[in-house]
Design a protein around this ligand. Structure first.
Ligand code: 5AD
Ligand code: FES
Length: 354
């Protein structure tokens, strides 16, 4: 057994892996070693998640945001961005189309929109759940415990709230007026309410080190998240971080691989950001641990306005286009698209029919 193989087994089997081991693997650069890492992660993915590639259809229903995150194109200080909020009919029509494409999970995503009315979203959730047999994931940011409860009781199954970085100092440095502890509190409440909870990070943030990424992976392990989204940073010209370097594709892939090895059966998407660099690295992501794709179902003209970062993939495509290319991607990998709701693999939290 090679030294690397020993190290990967140690990481995989530990209840809490050693930070130094994780850092060492994140620093690998030799071709053979990288292949060994990626094969190892792919084996774990196969053992714990199987060969199905799970689909999560996203509808980005509002790009209003009152936050000022230094990396995000939706931040409120980006006055060049035309803002939109889809109405109920537009949103339900987009959901209907997604359902007609056999997708069984809709992710309702928006910026942190202070105009997002709690009962309005509750009614949308109710209508979707009474019309269709699909799971609903919400991704609308930090809200009150009561809002989370109302939406959960209306039928929402899952919630995505990425930690972005688990380093409190780094988090504070790029999230003005936001509180790391508040975010942890939101995650705790969401879990208590029985949501399947998703977290994740951005790779390549200014000030991030291999150590902070290794800590992110431990954070994912400790919190036993149902889903973990990992994507490279892509600079947006109308943000404080507009002049920074792009996140590194290889480091993002190493993080995906290690997260798979450590968390075993979390759902891990090959993110849109990973597909928006110089080439489409989503395929590489699917080969080193990822098991989820997220086709975009936001209708035009809204889709091109949800510009979190530039050159976002599929931003000019018509609705539905993503779906076709995903079947091809799965076939080329010798895998298949799993058209089920694909609830969490974590025991005791399979609850989308509650
Ligand atoms: N580059 C990459 N990912 C970004 N996000 C926001 N801005 C950027 C960027 N410039 C990610 C964050 C957020 C998700 C919706 O998009 O992780 O949670
Ligand atoms: Fe909106 Fe960060 S500025 S999510």
């Amino acid at each position: 057994m090679s030294k690397l193989n020993e190290c990967l087994n140690r990481i995989h089997n530990a209840s809490l892996p050693d930070l130094k081991d994780l850092e060492r693997v994140l620093s690998l650069s030799g071709k053979d070693e990288l292949n060994e890492l990626f094969f190892f992660a792919d084996d774990i993915r196969k053992e714990f998640c199987g060969d199905g590639i799970v689909l999560r259809g996203i509808i980005e229903f509002s790009n209003f945001c009152f936050r000022e995150c230094f990396y995000c194109g939706l931040n409120k200080n980006n006055r060049k961005l035309e803002r939109y909020r889809m109405n109920k009919d537009e949103l339900l029509k987009a959901v209907g189309y997604l359902v007609s494409c056999k997708i069984k999970t809709v992710v309702l995503q928006s910026g942190e929109d202070s105009g997002l009315d709690t009962p309005w979203l509750r009614e949308i959730i109710r209508e979707i759940k009474s019309s269709f047999d699909i799971a609903i994931t919400l991704a609308v940011g930090e809200r009150s415990a009561l809002d989370y409860k109302v939406w959960r009781e209306a039928g929402a199954d899952r919630y995505l709230l990425k930690i972005e970085t688990s380093d409190e100092g780094l988090y504070s440095s790029m999230h003005p007026q936001m509180d790391f502890k508040q975010r942890l509190d939101c995650l705790r409440v969401l879990k208590e309410l029985g949501y399947q909870v998703g977290s994740g990070n951005i790779i390549g943030l200014a000030g991030q080190t291999l150590k902070t990424i290794a800590q992110d992976i431990l954070f994912f392990k400790l919190n036993d998240f149902d889903m973990i989204g990992i994507g490279p940073f892509i600079p947006h010209q109308n943000t404080q971080f507009g002049g920074q370097e792009k996140g590194d594709a290889l480091l993002s892939l190493k993080t995906i691989a290690l997260t798979r090895i450590v968390t075993r059966n979390a759902h891990i998407p090959a993110t849109t950001a990973l597909g928006s660099l110089d080439k489409d690295y989503r395929v590489d992501g699917l080969k080193c641990g990822a098991n989820v794709l997220m086709p975009n179902f936001t209708p035009q003209p809204f889709r091109k306005l949800y510009e979190i970062y530039p050159q976002k993939r599929c931003i000019n495509e018509p609705v539905g286009a993503c779906n076709f290319c995903m079947d091809d991607m799965a076939q080329n990998l010798g895998r298949f698209i799993d058209y089920s709701k694909a609830d969490s693999f974590k025991q005791g939290r399979v609850n989308s029919n509650v």
